[in-house]
Write a protein that binds this ligand. Structure first.
Ligand code: F6P
Length: 327
């Protein structure tokens, strides 16, 4: 029989993502609905280690569902990966009597949580909050849809000026290890080429195709590249292209952190609300130390220790579609 959870903490960790606030709101309000005390932990594991914790009420999360960022702030905390750091974190939880934790973040945050639960047996539930969508066990991560839509809006605007000047644009989107933002935004904006970290691209293929397009006087082209691609993102790639096609006029645009901000889309608010609600249910029902994702529109629970980065899963059929449609 599991111990009944009475006081829960919620934190956001790693890179922020639009929809984290909607998830915090769902955790707080569901917790209160079930008569739990809910505590907000500031700056992720860093705030936990430093005992930066406050009690949350229903009104604490009023008017945040539409806001980007995270009201709890976030951090990438190295100390939590040390036994000393985790001990301080445990002491802080003890101090407030917190006996369950909801962690909204990426795979790095969950790795820290696994060590923590092994050492201190504090039930933890992980929710995927990352724009990269690179976590196993879920079709959605909180923030991905907003980030992709931001990228699409920006690339559409760049296309207007690229067309006006008949230029090649190399546009870099976020994704250190993952090409999902590049793939989705690239297809949705009709990019001629999409380069992602999961898949090697023969540069000659890109050059040959650009050369062929130039021959046909198709001078406006869009290449979308993920920041973690093998050629070094947009600047690295444009340098190589310039060397091979010196006559081509190239411009570079790095979309950067605008993809992490802004008001979350309906999809991100919805999945964040569902995940937040189910995270609290998990804690109450004793379904502990799991990651709560959504697959085929149903909740999918994966033991935290099995959660990792999704690797090498770029859909080859989608890449074929890019090639066919961008002629
Ligand atoms: O949150 C994921 C992510 O946005 C990656 O796509 C990107 O590589 C990284 O975070 C950037 O992190 P930071 O803002 O810490 O430089």
């Amino acid at each position: 029989m599991h111990k009944k959870v009475t006081k829960i903490g919620v934190l956001t960790s790693g890179g922020d993502s639009p929809g984290m606030n909607a998830a915090i709101r769902a955790v707080v309000r569901t917790g209160i609905y079930y008569d739990l005390e809910v505590y907000g932990i500031m700056r992720g594991f860093q705030g936990l280690i430093e005992n930066d914790i406050m009690k949350m009420e229903s009104r604490s999360v009023a008017n945040i569902i539409q806001r980007g960022g995270t009201i709890l702030k976030t951090a990438r905390c190295k100390d939590f990966f040390t036994p000393e750091g985790r001990k301080k974190a445990y002491d802080a939880l003890q101090n407030h009597g917190i006996d369950g934790l909801v962690i909204i973040g990426g795979d790095g945050s969950f790795r820290g949580a696994v060590d923590f639960t092994r050492e201190y047996h504090i039930p933890c539930i992980g929710l995927a909050g990352t724009i990269d969508k690179d976590i196993v066990g879920t079709d959605f991560t909180i923030g991905f849809d907003t980030a992709v839509n931001t990228a699409v809006e920006a690339i559409d605007k760049i296309r207007d000026t690229a067309d006006a000047h008949d230029r090649l644009f190399v546009i870099e989107v976020m994704g250190r290890d993952a090409g999902y933002i590049a793939l989705h935004s690239g297809i949705a904006t009709g990019a001629e080429h999409i380069l992602v970290p999961e898949r090697k691209t023969k540069i000659e293929t890109v050059i040959d195709s650009l050369f062929e397009k130039e021959r046909r006087k198709k001078l406006m082209n869009i290449i979308v590249v993920a920041e973690g691609d093998e050629y070094g993102g947009a600047y690295g790639l444009s340098k190589i292209i310039k060397e091979k096609l010196p006559q081509t006029e190239i411009r570079v645009a790095v979309l950067g952190h605008i993809q992490r901000g802004g008001s979350p889309t309906c999809i991100d608010r919805l999945i964040a609300s569902r995940m937040g609600y189910h995270a609290v249910e998990c804690l109450i029902e004793g379904r502990h130390n799991v990651f709560a994702g959504i697959q085929n529109n149903k909740m999918n629970y994966v033991p935290l220790e099995n959660v990792g980065k999704k690797k090498g899963t770029i859909n080859e059929e989608w890449m074929k579609i890019v090639k066919i449609l961008a002629s």
